[in-house]
Design a protein around this ligand. Structure first.
Ligand code: ADP
Ligand code: ASP
Ligand code: MG
Length: 403
């Protein structure tokens, strides 16, 4: 059997944790399995490296940022190989160059294009545990790229897919995927199973327990994922195509603070303007989420939309540079907003779910700024300082804490 095991930052944060992971990997190896281990940077290393970069140059290029950030994962894999070797088991650490994990050229948020297996297979066949850097890849210029924050999960799924692994386990600092972030909602309950589609909606809307691209890729290539704790042996959560239907209408709730609302005011109320605005943003690789258009009056209208915090400067620059062409009179933005989402396949066949969510927020005195929906998700934009309270209220309304 070939097993891919991924351990996140907290799971390798210090010497004891590294030994703990080393032991778990050796246990798997001693069962006669081939073991590929994917690691994140230790503890808060990635954040610390970003801070250092900011101190040196707040406008550092994305290329140099990736050059810096990829060092974090390289430290973890080398130390892990040393730990496993020290326990008498052969192991080798490899980075993205050595494995040959190729990505698109975009720094900071690249996607895998091709992942070679020769080197890993060769090392596995010579009896070693193979330890691979998460989060990083190499682009066509032979530069390092990173896959976006939390991207080590995606490295694990990519490797599980190309190696046709029998298991892909994501070890983290909680027991699995919960109905809400257990650090925010005390009553959150661990899910035994969740579908790819529901997990993708949750991960894309703030449930950072899995990187959203990892779920997308797992669905595409049919890789079943197990999310579980690196600190105990509790059964985790299985993420797969079809999950056992729990009686719940809603599967989980998620919150996201990394969002800004941008409003373009006084644009011409005629065909083609919305197209031009969003096309201009898309061409500049700015991802827009919720969109709300006001009713036209006196030949003009307003459009509000949300973008990630990191895209705010770019959005303002692009809109400013095209102000006349896009007929914009004024651009406003608000950063102290957050999104909360409810997700569940159950809402497809049950009317009134949105009303219940809105009522729960109303009863807590929380105002809704914008709304967006998919087949299995409802998202609302609210004030940032009300996010945790909103998550608890909605979680309670749908009784997600109950078995
Ligand atoms: P790792 O370093 O192992 O990748 P992360 O910090 O990226 O770990 O993700 C795990 C964290 O995700 C948990 O500590 C938890 O606070 C958070 N989280 C958010 N939403 C959920 C959820 N629905 N279920 C479980 N954990 C969640
Ligand atoms: N170390 C990277 C990050 O902090 C990747 C990861 O943890 O998955 O975002
Ligand atoms: Mg993570």
């Amino acid at each position: 059997m070939l097993v891919v095991k991924k351990f996140g930052g907290t799971s390798v944060a210090n010497k004891e944790r590294i030994y703990n992971v080393a032991k778990r990997c050796i246990e798997e190896y001693k069962k006669g399995n081939q073991v590929v281990v994917v690691l994140s940077a230790m503890g808060d290393t990635t954040d610390e490296l970003l801070e250092k970069a900011f101190e040196i140059n707040p406008r550092a290029s994305k290329r140099e940022l990736d050059m810096l950030l990829t060092t974090g994962e390289q430290v973890s894999v080398a130390l892990m190989a040393m730990a496993i070797n020290g326990m008498g088991v052969p192991a080798v650490s490899l980075n993205a160059f050595q494995v040959m994990m190729y990505s698109t050229s975009a720094y900071g948020n690249s996607r895998f294009k091709r992942v070679d297996t020769d080197r890993i297979r060769h090392e596995l066949e010579s009896g070693k545990i193979v330890i691979v850097t998460g989060f990083q890849a190499v682009n066509k210029y032979d530069d390092y790229t990173t896959l976006g924050r939390g991207g080590s999960d995606t490295t694990a799924v990519a490797l599980a897919s190309v190696l046709h692994a029998d298991k892909c386990e994501i070890y983290t600092d909680v027991d699995g995927v919960y109905t809400a972030d257990p650090r925010v909602v005390k009553n959150a309950r661990k899910l035994n199973e969740v579908t790819y589609d529901e997990m993708l909606e949750l991960a894309s809307h703030g449930a950072k327990v899995l990187h959203n691209r990892s779920v997308e890729m797992a669905k595409k290539y049919g890789v079943p994922l197990v999310v579980r704790s690196s600190l105990n042996d509790h059964e985790g959560t299985i993420v797969k195509e079809v999950a056992k239907m729990e009686k719940m209408l809603i599967t989980g709730v998620a919150g996201e603070k990394d969002v800004v609302r941008v409003s373009v005011i006084g644009i011409d109320d005629k065909p083609g303007i919305a197209f031009k605005i969003f096309n201009t943003l898309a061409k500049n690789k700015i991802n827009v989420d919720i969109i709300l258009q006001s009713i036209g009056r006196d030949g003009t209208k307003d459009i509000s939309f949300t973008v990630a915090q990191g895209d705010l400067t770019g959005t303002l620059e692009v809109l400013g540079a095209n102000k006349e062409a896009l007929t914009i009179q004024e651009v406003k933005y608000k950063t102290d907003v957050a999104k909360i989402s409810i997700v569940g396949a159950g809402m497809m066949s049950n009317p009134g779910v949105a009303a219940r969510m809105f009522e729960a927020l109303y009863n807590s005195g929380i105002n809704i700024n914008m709304i967006s929906t998919s087949e299995i998700r409802i998202t609302v934009l609210i004030a940032e300082n009300e996010m945790d309270r909103a998550l608890n209220a909605v979680h309670e309304e749908f009784r997600l804490g109950m078995e």
